[in-house]
Design a protein around this ligand. Structure first.
Ligand code: ATR
Length: 276
């Protein structure tokens, strides 16, 4: 029997997942003997698929749409950041055999902005567009960076207000509808709406950017998103997409599983070239 350690990502759909390519690159770079597969799991089969994966000797799982909340429910114990997110994207076994859940999305976003792009978050005025699962997953790590303020705006304003209330004890955070943006400026704008995926973006006043503002879209692709084009047109200082976040969240999962931290720069470049 092979000694190769088994990892996988469970999602539905899963065809688009870049995780197998990313983890294969990490494994090669760090000389780790492992196999990582993308598995499409039927909607009613998530819990039993996780159980049979680990019962069959699997070492670790990533979990993606639409199963992150169910992975959170399923885990025996969760990290603080996963508890705050109410969602788990990484599962592993503890020594006593219990199932541990973590969430590496937020730390992936922060590492990409701070370490790769060189954007400081400390003392900055941050604006987040959207109030769905993607936002909930990143708020705790963002607030840990001690921004001056964090504002969440959303088409459904109540969802932004609720998030602001829930995370209020962690820092200066407010939330509401897009009308909150009138006459305000931000140092960093993060688009976490799914609008980019439909080639849309919320209607934003250009006046919210200064000559030093950075803009980040959590979505990535071969072409700049509508939001990225808007940012460039409104003379943002720097603009980035979410490819680096994708690789950084994977690197953090890899570290949790293997206790080895891969270099992410070469893998981000590899993926960027494959998109072109
Ligand atoms: P995710 O897990 O990616 O966050 P989600 O939970 O479905 O996905 O959330 C999608 C987010 O994008 C929501 O904040 C949504 O706004 P609503 O809460 O009002 O639905 C936002 N969104 C999607 N399409 C949008 C659009 N065209 N304009 C503005 N916001 C949009």
């Amino acid at each position: 029997m092979s000694n190769t350690d088994k990892y996988a990502v469970f999602g539905n759909p899963i065809k688009q997942s870049k995780s197998p390519v990313i983890h294969a690159a990490f494994a090669e770079q760090c000389e780790q003997d492992l196999q990582y597969r993308a598995v499409r799991v039927e909607l009613d089969a998530f819990e039993r698929s996780v159980k049979s994966f680990f019962d069959g000797g699997g070492c670790g799982l990533n979990v993606t749409v639409p199963f992150k909340q169910r992975a959170f429910e399923l885990a025996d114990k969760c990290s603080i950041r996963a508890q705050r997110a109410g969602a788990v994207n990484t599962l592993l076994l503890a020594e006593d055999g219990s199932l541990l859940g973590d969430n590496t999305d937020g730390v992936g976003l922060v590492r990409d902005m701070v370490a790769n792009l060189g954007w400081s978050l400390q003392g900055q005025r941050i604006l987040i567009l959207g109030a769905g699962g993607a936002v909930r997953g990143v708020l705790e790590p963002l607030l840990r960076e001690k921004p001056r303020s964090l504002t969440i705006v959303n088409r459904t304003a109540d969802k932004a207000r609720e998030l602001a209330t829930e995370f209020g004890e962690l820092g200066a955070i407010d939330g509401g509808g897009y009308e909150l943006l009138a006459d305000r400026e931000f140092d960093l704008v993060i688009n976490a709406t799914s609008a980019s995926l439909q080639g849309e973006m919320p209607d934003l006043p250009g006046s919210l950017l200064t000559a030093r503002s950075c803009c980040y879209d959590m979505v990535y692709g071969a072409e700049p998103t509508v939001f990225m084009r808007w940012a460039a047109l409104n003379t943002a200082w720097a603009v980035a997409d979410g490819l680096g976040m994708l690789v950084e969240q994977a690197a953090e999962s890899f570290y949790l599983w293997r206790k080895v931290r891969p270099a992410t720069g070469p893998v981000i470049n590899q993926l960027r070239n494959s998109l072109a």
